[in-house]
Write a protein that binds this ligand. Structure first.
Ligand SMILES: [Zn+2]
Length: 354
């Protein structure tokens, strides 16, 4: 296909896995039995993505407890009571907070790449969490023997390793999940918080070569959980100029769910750098209705009016279940939307003659 198309990452976990995770927590099954369920879920997920025609696959994040907390799952130096994120429908997600330094990841994403490579017949994409999201773990009251500057130094080292190890394990590309970008504008309209997030992520990106950075992307969205969002009310125009300051080669941008897609596309065209490829969202995980391939085709054609074809790609607006316990979307719906994305992108490529 001449127009590249990639998933964002997460797919709802199968019922058998969700039940198995609960049984493991209750002490009713052992680690080996749970691992077997994870393997089954990853194998079935990749097979379904490949059956839907996806030229690039992910493990569906079946093993991640969530897109943001996987590096700290099981750490001793983490406690409850961190930053709370309110969603539009009234529900919240609360992050944990750091209780002691030095900060080290408990899990690096290469473990997921290895798990996916066992079953994948196509290139594997791996999502990692941004350093900026994890920077929220540092408690506002500070830590006695571990300054915020020391924490950020350690965090940048760990975020670099997360990406490097993913490539070493065979990831074709790495996507940095930056769902807090638009939220940062909501929390701080002066945009100094957003600027500090971008600066921190660039400390990580600057450690990679141009060739490596061409295979590293940044995902932005208004946050998706239980079919709701945390920052869709923030104007994209407030985010995009600084978003493209990330020294990354790819951007995965929520677009299908926007009410003013042409306006967003004009802002992308204005602010994206010439060496940045733009994957626009053409299916919306929050909308329960499955888009038709023709609808996707028309969205791609609309995007092609604004973005040069050699820099255009398509993606999902967001993951289909960024938090492990989110069952807001059925697996069958996720795969149907992926199929529509792939087929609609191919239809558009045909029509554009590329
Ligand atoms: Zn997202």
């Amino acid at each position: 296909m001449a127009i590249p198309t990639e998933p964002i990452g997460s797919i709802p976990r199968p019922r058998a896995l969700l039940e198995g995770m609960q049984a493991f927590q209750a002490g009713n099954i052992d680690r080996d039995a749970l691992d077997a369920l994870f393997d089954d879920a990853v194998r079935e997920t990749i097979a379904a993505e490949e059956a839907a025609g996806s030229p690039v696959v992910t493990d569906g994040e079946q093993r991640k407890p969530s897109f943001v907390t996987y590096p700290i799952d099981g750490l001793d130096s983490i406690g409850p009571g961190g930053v709370t994120i309110p969603f539009a429908d009234g529900h919240t997600r609360q992050l944990p907070k750091l209780t002691a330094g030095p900060f080290r990841y408990a899990t690096y994403a290469d473990a997921y790449v290895e798990g996916a490579k066992r079953f994948a017949h196509r290139p594997v994409k791996q999502a990692v969490i941004s350093a900026s999201a994890l920077s929220l773990l540092y408690p506002q009251e500070g830590l006695a023997d571990y300054s915020q500057a020391e924490f950020l130094d350690d965090l940048v080292d760990e975020a670099e390793q997360d990406i490097r190890r993913s490539f070493a394990a065979g990831a074709d590309s790495v996507q940095i999940d930056f769902t807090e970008g638009r939220l940062a504008v909501k929390l701080d309209p002066s945009k100094s918080l957003l600027q500090s997030f971008v600066d921190l992520n660039n400390r990580v990106l600057d450690r990679f070569s141009d060739e490596e950075r061409a295979r590293i992307g940044v995902h932005t969205c208004p946050g998706g959980d239980h079919d709701s969002t945390h920052s869709a009310d923030v104007d994209y125009a407030e985010l995009l100029p600084l978003l493209f300051e990330h020294r990354a080669g790819r951007f995965y941008i929520e677009l299908a769910g926007e009410s003013d897609r042409p306006g967003v596309l004009r802002a992308i065209a204005k602010h994206a750098k010439p060496d940045q490829r733009i994957f626009v969202g053409v299916v919306d995980p929050i909308d329960p209705r499955v888009e038709s391939a023709e609808e996707v085709r028309d969205r791609v054609l609309e995007a092609a009016d604004a973005i040069p074809l050699d820099r255009l790609g398509t993606t999902d607006d967001c993951g289909f279940a960024p938090f492990g316990d989110d069952t807001g979307t059925a697996r069958e719906t996720a795969f149907a939307k992926i199929r529509a994305r792939v087929e609609g992108t191919a239809l558009a490529a045909d029509q554009l003659g590329v």
